[in-house]
Design a protein around this ligand. Structure first.
Ligand SMILES: [Zn+2]
Length: 108
């Protein structure tokens, strides 16, 4: 999964930022977070938003080996804290008849 690293202090993040929250730096470089991560916490939605055909829908926070955390859909029927996952690009939902893709976290 792609991330960014602050060129000044080396802090790593999952999404683009204009300013580094830790040092105020404004220069970033691409950083490869890797694909392996694990569940920190999760919730299960039995009533899902329009456009999502999976039920139940598992949403949660995952952590990469670098300590960076990300939020997103978790693809498993039996989630548990600490479960190993892999980040993949996949279909997240359907909007106006078109698939919306993005990172999701799948059981290995
Ligand atoms: Zn920084």
């Amino acid at each position: 999964m792609k991330g960014i690293r602050c060129s000044s202090c080396g802090s790593v993040y999952t999404i683009n930022k204009a300013v580094c929250p830790k040092c105020g730096g404004r220069a970033f470089e691409e950083y490869d977070l890797g694909d392996k991560c694990s569940i920190v916490t999760y919730t299960v939605l039995w009533v899902t938003p329009k456009g999502i055909d999976r039920s139940p829908l598992v949403l949660g926070i995952v952590e990469f080996p670098s300590g960076v955390r990300a939020f997103g859909q978790i693809i498993t029927s039996e989630p548990r804290v600490g479960m190993s996952l892999v980040a993949k690009i996949g279909n997240l939902r359907i909007s106006d008849g078109k698939p919306i893709t993005g990172y999701r976290f799948e059981q290995i």
